[in-house]
Design a protein around this ligand. Structure first.
Ligand code: MG
Length: 526
């Protein structure tokens, strides 16, 4: 059946609601159907809800719906089958904190100062409060907002940088990565089975926080996913009951190292600890879908799934999988930054696959458009992808910029994608991408400058294995010139924000449930 997308005009309220019409004949029947449908749609007239799901260190090849043979991801596969699955979707950094800063602000992390590297439990800095997050653009429209899971955009003195200071009404979660604490006591299910691996030592154990208060330290990982699922369910029920639109942001700890899983998922996948952790995340997504269906808001909710950076290949079979893409975490090859992404909104987004270029940067402008909110009055790097989602139209995005984890003004961009071409001005491996046979990936692949840049055709060679022979193909000179022009224009627009990471760390800022206790950090247990 051929389906045509029509846009309702003022009947749908302040924004243009999309309506599908069975359109073998675009005639008066279609118009009436269309008009009636839009009236029905506008009868619901509440702004759409948003559920933003963000996995951690998940590779392009890790989901069943992206071709992994042993991952068990039935709910994500269901979202992909009923929604729009992206093949060319990028995060902005191959590391946690900077990638999250861009997701929530629609700006490259270099503008907000979330570089170099990531934030730590005692970091003095965090996502600056004058940055505008997705939660903050939706709040003025009456949205209820909640974040559950891994924040990793700062804690600071007296909780200065917690989600509750960045537009979220509620926060239940861990303020940073769950390996940023002595997790030697981390157990998998059954509870007497130790999880694989070791974590950071010399700092406080990992806390679970509700808003700005520590609820548990160390957190019990085996109960954590159920707590998140219950909290999210209650948040949705309460918001629907109050007839309040909502924004639920769930940046999961899964599938970051060290992997864990509670009773519902441990040992239940074919893929070992990584597969179990992924299954636990997938189970929660299933619970959220059920809740959205039960509360009758599934057709007025955009669910968007992606991940913060590529797989930590150094963990070998306990790391993720970049599929056909080159290298992984902490590199600017596509394996580090091209991610699975799915947009699901039954009745509004047609099922399909898109090869259009898109990014986490584009989520803020898209939510703004769909909610009828106002864009922050700052330099944004994201573009509105509403037409891409709803009409499967061409993307407004033509370029993608690649900064390394340790971005510097001196080096600037490491790579730039323009259409199907990607140019590498610098390449560098990382210890986090060690262990694969590709010699370009590990830490021993030192920083190399390329002039002219290495140029790849990502459509013909998505694995970035075969640099195009510039001397034998003079027509590529025009491509290089265009890329250089775009690079110069972009870098002229880039004002690096004050680095929050270079503000350093102060162990007294590490969260402790018993602040007066000694000796720290071991006494911080409640
Ligand atoms: Mg990560």
């Amino acid at each position: 059946m051929h389906v045509t997308l029509c846009f309702g005009l003022s009947t749908a309220g302040p924004r243009n609601f999309p309506c599908y019409v069975n359109d073998s004949r675009m005639n008066s029947t279609c118009f009436l159907l269309f008009f009636g449908f839009c009236l029905c749609f506008s009868g619901a007239a509440s702004p759409p809800n948003f559920v933003l799901l963000f996995a951690d260190d998940l590779g392009f090849g890790d989901l069943g719906c992206y071709g992994h043979p042993t991952s068990l991801t039935p709910n994500l596969d269901r979202l992909a089958a009923g929604g729009l699955r992206f093949t060319d979707f990028y995060c902005t950094s191959p590391a946690c904190s900077p990638s999250r800063a861009s997701l929530l602000t629609g700006r490259y992390q270099t503008r907000s100062g979330i570089y170099p590297g990531v934030l730590y439990p005692g970091s003095v800095g965090g996502l600056p409060l004058n940055e505008t997050t997705i939660a903050e653009v939706l709040k003025p429209l009456g949205y209820a907002t909640a974040a559950i899971g891994k924040w990793h955009l700062g804690l600071g003195k007296n909780g200065t940088f917690l989600p509750t200071r960045q537009g979220f009404d509620h926060f239940l979660g861990i303020p940073y990565s769950h390996d940023q604490g002595p997790c030697s006591n981390l157990t998998c299910f059954p509870p007497d089975v130790k999880c694989f691996g070791v974590c950071d030592v010399g700092c406080v154990t990992v806390p679970l926080m509700y808003n700005e208060v520590i609820k548990q330290q160390p957190v019990n990982f085996l109960d954590l996913e159920e707590a998140y699922s219950d909290f999210a369910t209650n948040f949705i029920f309460t918001s629907v009951k109050k007839k309040q639109p909502f924004f639920l942001y769930y940046p999961s700890h899964h599938t970051h190292y060290p992997q864990y899983a509670g009773e519902g998922a441990a040992g239940k996948s074919q893929r070992g600890p990584f597969g179990d952790a992924l299954l636990e995340l997938d189970n929660t997504i299933g619970n959220l879908l059920t809740t959205l269906e039960k509360t009758g808001v599934i057709n007025n909710t955009l669910i968007f799934f992606s991940a913060d950076n590529g797989p930590e290949l150094m963990r070998m079979s306990r790391g993720g999988n970049a599929g056909p893409l080159k290298c992984g975490k902490s590199t600017t090859y596509d394996g580090g930054m091209r991610e699975p992404a799915i947009a699901y909104w039954p009745g509004t987004i047609r099922p399909g696959v898109t090869h259009e270029l898109a990014s986490t940067l584009d989520i803020l402008p898209t939510f703004v458009r769909l909610a009828g909110a106002e864009l922050p009055k700052v330099m944004l790097d994201g573009v509105d992808m509403t037409e891409l989602l709803i009409k499967q139209a061409k993307s407004k995005r033509e370029t993608m910029m690649f900064y390394p984890t340790d971005a510097t003004e001196k080096h600037g961009l490491f790579a730039l994608r323009l259409g199907k071409y990607k140019a590498h001005f610098y390449t560098q491996g990382s210890i986090k991408s060690s262990t694969t046979p590709d010699h370009d990936c590990p830490g021993s692949a030192i920083l190399k400058a390329h002039d002219p840049p290495l140029l790849f055709d990502l459509e013909a060679d998505p694995s970035e294995n075969y640099p195009l022979p510039l001397s034998k193909r003079p027509e590529l000179q025009a491509v290089l010139e265009q890329i250089e022009k775009v690079k110069q224009q972009f870098e002229a627009s880039m004002v690096f924000g004050v680095s929050q990471m270079l503000k350093g760390q102060d162990s007294s800022l590490e969260p402790c449930c018993n602040p007066q206790c000694t000796p720290k950090p071991s006494c911080c247990q409640c």
